[in-house]
Design a protein around this ligand. Structure first.
Ligand code: MV4
Length: 450
């Protein structure tokens, strides 16, 4: 096992990695920007180095500054957390060539999965179900018209270098294709420096369902079941849960099996998430793979009992999956996560400032992952996630009741948070019945922009 690692992140995920390291006897080095000097990830790490000013580009995304910090502190590995540099293939490659273990998959795998159309073709070859769509990127408007004709409208064009919703256009007829195709192309070119587009059949009201993967460096892989992340707004997830109310045991078992075989075939290593859309018929179709630990990983940790961040560290140090897992994965009960954001609950505008009162709920089946505290300050420079409230119950009903009581015992004063919004969603009849898809928030708040 590593003796000392550097954590190239901030906030609750930096603290989450520190917790895993402490339990494994690994020393930690935090890096921080100037406004983060009083953060808990700085306090609880064994060492901490300031790497730059507030702007992420000059601190948390500053590869030379992070590599210098790693060299000065003499670490063996870097955990990137999520966001920031976590899916930056160039950063992973710099680590590889500097004899520093990047805690994640090989840079070549990150690069392939970052090219969404390549990822799609790789999954197709391995037998993962994908949507009807183009074979490779589309070279011209004429080719786009041919593909759309073959696939059948409505279709969606997506940026191959994209993800997260930018550079996407839904096309409902041949008449509107030229305009939409050009718009998606120029948006992709300016946002990602690469205008390449591919096309898929458009699913009107999909559920977003993703499977958690672990793979070791000896050719072994396991799929730990799914999370339902359909309750989202502007591509920001609000609530995630496992198991999905829409996934039956047979479907879960079939996809778990396909993914275990696929991860071995593509040489995947470490933790990953395979994203699917579920159509109106309950079929799953691959859309993208995320090569990092995700925000919502605790939901899977609760139902499987596997500490995913400790597993990442043990995999990266060369351990075998058979030694990390205590036996076959048998999901138990139901887990749910509410993302607590520092934002106005109706307007969704960021709400930075000093937290004057902070009381976190606890008790049976409740977990709060946060790096915030009373008198702490939410800086305006980074994302607005201040805490994750995760609950586990024997079944969905108990998880719902537990989440409601825990939300009621979560007190944050001095800034606005999404707690009241979560309480309203939890009271919604459709949500309680498990009847939701990615359009749920548009129906829930019809007057708002999405
Ligand atoms: C889709 C889709 C419908 N049909 N692809 C949005 C983000 C990107 N990662 C994939 N996205 C979508 N792809 C097809 N073929 C609808 C979405 C989508 C969506 C997906 C997951 C979660 C929330 C979403 C919100 C709007 C659109």
């Amino acid at each position: 096992m590593f003796k000392k690692i550097l954590i190239a992140n901030r906030g609750e995920i930096a603290l989450r990695v520190i917790c895993a390291c402490k339990e494994l006897g690994i020393k930690t080095v935090a890096v921080y920007s100037e406004p983060d000097r009083n953060s808990l990830h700085v306090r609880f790490a064994d060492e901490a180095l300031c790497i730059g000013p507030a702007r992420a580009g000059e601190s948390y995304l500053n590869i030379p500054a992070i590599m210098s910090a790693a060299e000065i502190s003499n670490v063996e590995a870097i955990h990137p957390g999520y966001g920031l540099l976590s899916e930056n293939a160039n950063f992973a490659h710099v680590c590889e060539t500097s004899n520093l273990k990047f805690i994640g998959p090989p840079s070549a795998v990150i690069r392939t999965m970052g090219e969404k159309e390549k990822a799609r073709q790789a999954m197709k070859r391995c037998g993962v179900p994908i949507l009807p769509g183009s074979d490779g990127v589309i070279a011209s408007e004429a080719e786009a018209l041919e593909w759309a004709q073959q696939i059948g409208y409505p279709v969606i064009v997506k940026a191959s270098a994209g993800g997260g919703g930018r550079g996407m256009r839904v096309i409902r007829s041949a008449e509107e294709l030229p305009h939409m195709f050009a718009a998606a192309h120029s948006e992709a070119a300016s946002a990602f420096g690469n205008g390449d587009l591919y096309m898929e059949k458009f699913i009107e009201r999909p559920r977003h369902i993703e499977f958690q993967i672990l793979a070791d460096e000896h050719g072994n892989a396991v799929s730990l079941g799914e999370r339902d992340c359909s309750v989202q707004r502007r591509h920001q997830k609000l609530i995630e849960e496992s198991p999905s109310p829409a996934v039956k045991p047979e479907l879960r078992a079939r996809i778990n099996g396909i993914l275990e075989k696929t991860m071995k075939e593509i040489g995947y290593q470490n933790a990953g998430t395979v994203e699917f859309l579920m159509d109106e018929d309950g079929q799953l179709h691959f859309i993208e793979m995320n090569t990092r630990i995700q925000v919502e990983h605790p939901v899977t940790e609760f139902v499987t009992g596997v500490d995913l961040v400790k597993a990442q560290l043990r995999i990266a140090s060369g351990e075998k999956l058979t030694d990390i897992l205590t036996g076959p994965i048998v999901p138990k009960g139901h887990a749910m996560e509410c993302r607590i954001n520092a934002e106005h609950p109706e307007k969704f505008t960021p709400s930075a400032g000093k937290i004057t009162v902070f009381h976190v709920p606890g008790g049976n089946g409740v977990r709060v992952d946060t790096a915030q505290y009373q008198e702490g300050v939410v800086p305006p420079y980074y994302d607005s996630l201040i805490a994750k409230l995760i609950v586990h119950g024997a079944n969905r009903e108990e998880a719902l009741a537990r989440m409601e009581r825990a939300l009621g015992m979560f007190i944050v004063e001095g800034i606005h948070t999404s707690i009241p919004l979560h309480q309203r969603i939890l009271a919604d009849e459709d949500f309680r019945a498990g009847r939701f898809d990615t359009k749920f928030m548009e129906r829930f708040m019809p007057q708002k922009k999405h």
